[in-house]
Design a binder for this molecule. Sequence first.
Ligand SMILES: *Cc1c(COP(=O)(O)O)cnc(C)c1O
Length: 368
Amino acid sequence: MQKPIPVNTPLLSGNELKYLTECIETGWISSEGHFIKVFEEKMAAYVGRNFGIAVSNGSAALDVAIKALNLQKGDEVIMPTFTIISPAQSVINVGAIPVLVESDETTWNMDVRKVEEKITNKTKAIVVVHIYGFPVDMQPILALCKKYNLFLIEDAAEMHGQTYHGQQCGSFGDISIFSFYPNKHITTGEGGMIMCNDEALADRCKKLRNLAFEPNGRRFIHYELGWNYRMTNMQAALGLAQLEKLDEHIKKKRHIGQKYNEGLTGLKGFQLPQIKTDYAENIYWVYGLVAETETLANETVKKLSEAKIGTRPFFWCMHEQPVFQKMGLFKNEKYPVAEKLARNGFYLPSGLGLTEEEIERVCNCLLE
Ligand SMILES: *Cc1c(COP(=O)(O)O)cnc(C)c1O
């Protein structure tokens, strides 16, 4: 009987238990505990930002980011169609309009050559989403933000420790965000962080995550609405222990990616991830495959599942989301590259707990 290989297994091999135990023994378990501040400061220092604001998850971080920048009804926000729903949801929830961009065939990121044609006099911001371990080509995006005076929101949820031209992902946006979900490079179980350099913006984010309590006013009197998106001290304790291991985790991810690259040479009918360009080397947050046909993708996923090997389908495009179609959004829009990624793409077991033997088993199964 072969053991199942799950699509993700986290690695909790450092000071997690020690710091968590400290939370329990001292009774500091809420968002008031001291690990929050330490985790925020260390993460900000790692990424090279002035401020980190810890929140309850990555999607919450995007909600806060969009609201903190005062994006509102009628504003247009450019983003990829091929992404998790979180950034689109945050934009729509403040009444702004997502304007979608086609994907690049090899990096699977937003095609940066197709962004400028989407800019109108209502455009207020660009959201970049670094997809599956390979960064967006940032230079053209930064140039557009400057030329048209747009905010840049950087969804670096999958990119802790990845760099673009040597500079940390998560350091490019007016606001950038990370997620600490268990399949990310470092995890807090559930968790997220907002990063920025501007102090006023950081204060506004802190206020919005905390029910928009006035920091200096009388408690329980509110002048606007926020959320309770606070992170607990227990999550931050995990996060701190994980951050100490981030460089190791990245090495491990790259090792897994390289093993798959080697093990899958000669595999016919599938496109493998982009290995590197002049600006970045893949960090293989997940190891994705894109089949030549949808049938091949479905049959392969089925065979892998029969061999007890877990997979996940790729993201589903925003312009094809039933929830947005019901709202009358993105009518008749077509993005063939992104649609193919969504239909023919899936990823292999990629978690930090994956062993060499498991990788070999997955490769052999695929080659068969
Ligand atoms: C994981 C992820 C998120 C959401 O993070 P959660 O913590 O799960 O809410 C947002 N954007 C991207 C690109 C992600 O991969």
